[in-house]
Design a protein around this ligand. Structure first.
Ligand code: FES
Length: 122
């Protein structure tokens, strides 16, 4: 059901783990499947210099977390906020229709982590 890219990333995900003293942490969940994604960001001068994740979820959620954390590294916070789940799916070269919602977790977790960062700035 998954394409080779998704299978490869799931088998060998990048950026797994936590960032100690992260500047922003976002945790989101999908109540229908019960999966949970947590993204940690290290931010310097409004640029995401590091990103890690912990995801308790399906293969699509793990692959989405891995690729999303790769995508946002080096990005300005404001640009990372513009990432949509469709961008994550495109980068994964597609997900099965019933797994699109898993990529939404990545979009939401990034947004939540950045909001956490912004709230700490104030
Ligand atoms: Fe829940 Fe994929 S089935 S995130």
């Amino acid at each position: 059901m998954y394409n080779q890219k998704v299978i490869d990333i799931f088998a060998n995900p990048k950026n797994v783990g936590e960032i100690e003293n992260a500047d922003g942490v976002g945790t989101v969940g999908n109540p229908s499947c019960g999966d949970i994604m947590k993204i940690y960001l290290k931010i310097e001068n409004d640029v995401i210099v590091d990103a890690k994740f912990k995801t308790f979820g399906c293969a699509a959620a793990i692959a989405s977390s891995s690729i999303a954390t790769e995508m946002i590294k080096g990005m300005k916070v404001e640009d990372a906020l513009k990432i949509k789940n469709a961008d994550v799916v495109k980068e994964l070269e597609g997900l099965p229709p019933q797994k699109i919602h898993c990529s939404v977790l990545a979009e939401e977790a990034i947004t939540a982590a950045i909001q956490d960062y912004k709230s700490k700035q104030k």
